[in-house]
Design a protein around this ligand. Structure first.
Ligand SMILES: [Zn+2]
Length: 339
């Protein structure tokens, strides 16, 4: 017996600011969540269970054992199979609420594909772990006039802000340049699962306001919380008239550039994306078997040789563990996958 919508959302509709009208608006909403890690998992779970109409999950990574303490949508079987996070999250969410159209996309969001992946959505949620992608989202959101919600967590703290183009400050109004070096990450400072969940919950609540027609109640501040000390800081930030992005409308992060391999979040690994075409993982498995140990599922192939582990995605991307040297990573890719 399918669950009726009245029954499913009864307690949410009872909350006066949402009501039946708000619930209906939410059902017509299209939300794209970029990154399905600690914050993205919680945002996705809350918005799918709340009844957003379409939720697209974009993630480039696969589930590992070290994710399980904070990435609430994944379990041990997902890590054992090294399932792409978008796929694992999509399966879990589809079983939580069949009334929502959940769209997993296994890819790295970049300037070359952002228009295709985000066009037609009403809101973008930040579940990423890096500023390169956040500036990309900010440029696209301001250019298109679509709101997005920044959420970041590290250690016991989290920070979130709503960016509504034309209404309040954008990311570049506050930080004109992406931070370079010296920034704490989950790999240097660790992270509490509660900090990520708290900041994601606040972001998801702001999303609910926007998508149920309570836009006027959204915060216009940058909010930071420390779950361990209980400290809270909230700063109202005005738009900078000289802002390169929302003032001068210079969207340089949207220029497709020749990208070099990207070092992932401090894990002794490098992502290589030399090519952008579908690979036949079954054929590659046969070819690599004499050279090391190979495991494969429908979405990824893992190849281990000496101290290196290459995880290859169908779109041609590879995450190479065991080095932070771009040259070594490139040469391993060329040798075993081919250019
Ligand atoms: Zn701005």
């Amino acid at each position: 017996m399918p669950i009726s919508l009245e029954e499913r959302y009864a307690r949410q509709v009872l909350f006066p600011p949402i009501g039946t009208a708000g619930q209906q608006r939410l059902a017509a909403a299209r939300v794209a969540i970029v990154g399905c890690g600690a914050t993205g998992s919680v945002v996705a779970s809350l918005l799918v269970r709340a009844g957003a109409g379409v939720v697209r999950l974009i993630d480039r990574d696969y589930v590992e054992p070290g994710n399980l303490h904070r990435q609430l949508l994944f379990d041990e079987a997902d890590a054992e199979q090294a399932l792409p996070k978008a796929v694992a999250a999509g399966r879990r969410l589809a079983s939580a609420n069949r009334a929502v159209q959940v769209e997993p996309v296994v890819t790295d969001l970049v300037a070359g594909n952002i228009h295709g992946l985000l066009a037609g959505f009403h809101l973008f949620m930040d579940g990423t772990d890096n500023f390169e992608t956040r500036y990309l989202i900010n440029d696209y959101a301001v250019q298109q006039g679509i709101p997005w919600i920044y959420c970041g967590a590290v250690g016991s703290s989290g920070t979130t802000m709503n960016i509504r183009p034309g209404q309040n400050a954008c990311l570049s109004c506050i930080w004109p340049e992406p931070p370079s070096g010296g920034l704490e990450t989950c790999d240097t400072a660790g992270i509490l699962n509660s900090a990520a969940a708290a900041i994601a919950s606040i972001g998801a609540t702001e999303a609910l306001k926007l998508l149920t027609g309570c836009e006027g109640e959204m915060r216009g501040t940058v909010l930071s919380l420390d779950l361990w000390t209980g400290q809270r800081a909230e700063v109202r930030v005005a738009r900078a008239p000289s802002c390169r992005t929302c003032g001068q409308r210079d969207f340089r992060h949207l220029q497709p550039a020749l990208r070099t391999p990207v070092t992932l979040c401090g894990r002794n690994s490098v992502q290589v994306h030399e090519r952008n075409q579908e690979l036949d993982l079954m054929e590659i498995e046969t070819r690599l078997r004499p050279h090391g140990s190979v495991r494969r599922n429908e979405f990824v192939l893992k190849f281990c040789r000496e101290s290196y582990e290459i995880t290859l995605f169908r779109d041609g991307r590879a995450v190479i563990k065991g080095t932070t040297d771009h040259g070594v990573a490139r040469s391993l890719y060329a040798r075993y996958i081919g250019c």
